[in-house]
Design a protein around this ligand. Sequence first.
Ligand code: DQA
Length: 147
Amino acid sequence: MKLLVINGPNLNMLGIREPNIYGRQDYNALCDLIRETCSDLGIQVEIYQSNHEGAIVDRIQQAYGQMDGIVINPAAYTHTSVAILDALKSVALPAVEVHLSDVDQREAFRHISYAGMACETRFKGLGFQGYVEAIRYLHQKYAKRSA
Ligand code: DQA
């Protein structure tokens, strides 16, 4: 199984940005956990981070016919980007939305998720563990499909 993990703007600042909300562990620690989780499950993973909406759209499009699933934390673009929603719908790959924080318990503008409308499920408010859950979800789905 080949999995693409996409992280949106400012997630490269983990460990520095608002540690009371996002924790003290940095982006490399998140990537290490994602790689370790995927390696344990025999998943080939690519991790992509960008601060640019169009670059994220490009990366989603490139996944078409190449990847078996997408885990995405679109960060602030979650709440604004119809372009990322449309890109996810275009490639029609199984996708799961992740948020480190519980966006529904925060400001009202974080309650809407455009990207989430193209995702099968979401894990929020679990910190880094949300990525592990999302990877497991897609792995289980893929295993069932190929059984
Ligand atoms: C976030 C939540 C978003 O509202 C915010 O803009 C982020 C991170 C999260 O992981 O909790 O940058 O997606």
